[in-house]
Design a protein around this ligand. Sequence first.
Ligand code: IPE
Ligand code: IPE
Ligand code: MG
Length: 253
Amino acid sequence: MITKEQLDLERLPRHVAIIMDGNGRWARKKGNPRIFGHRKGVATVREITEAAAELKLEYLTLYAFSTENWNRPRTEVDALMSLLVATINKETKRLMDNNVKLKIIGDVNALPGPVAQNLHASIEKTKNNTGLTLVLALSYSSRWEILNAVKHISEDVHQGKIDSEGITTEIFETYLNTSGIPDPELLIRTSGEYRISNYLLWQIAYTELFFTSTLWPDFRKENFYEALADYQKRERRFGKISEQVAKNTNVNS
Ligand code: IPE
Ligand code: IPE
Ligand code: MG
């Protein structure tokens, strides 16, 4: 079991992204309906957000609902949306207490009115907080995000605002939902699935990946520390060779 004290606080990632998976299976294993798992999953969100804030990470991006998740049974989608409204209402105070700023990425227009309204209220309320930025990916998919960026860029080219030759990596990134947010250094996926499921495809080009069989409702702070400790053992080479990457330097740079 890894404790917080075992982490090198000088070499933490600025940004961790998580695919929170396994809520349904957690509930079914206990003979309960899937929504039980989603409810328990909210408690994990709270715990991991607090752990990230405590460690002074800058960004935590959580995959809460994908574009493809709209294709789940209507009852589950409705239950998830209600849970979202209840959670935002209840948790905004805690976000304030922890100095956490809320952001969302994804197709906000696809969300039911009450969900969007509550989210906007919470974003507004927490906007001057200076600690962790909690980014919720809601009705999000990477291909949707990239296509959206391409559409906006082509409009701007068409209107003469930018020149197609001038579309650099940096310019392109300003059209993504994650504009202004550094790429995650670490991506965690729970529940033993080894896939990306349309998450942050552009942003994870050089991200370190950590997979664990632990189901999201069972994922504790210690599991989070374990992923961070694992990350700290890695050598990030960015295409170079080991000798070019100076030893004992900051893994973030
Ligand atoms: C992740 O848990 C939460 C959402 C996708 C909303 P799942 O609901 O995917 O749980 P499993 O993968 O079916 O166990
Ligand atoms: C990915 O989980 C989306 C979220 C965690 C919100 P899924 O459970 O939807 O992914 P797949 O379908 O197993 O790839
Ligand atoms: Mg799943």
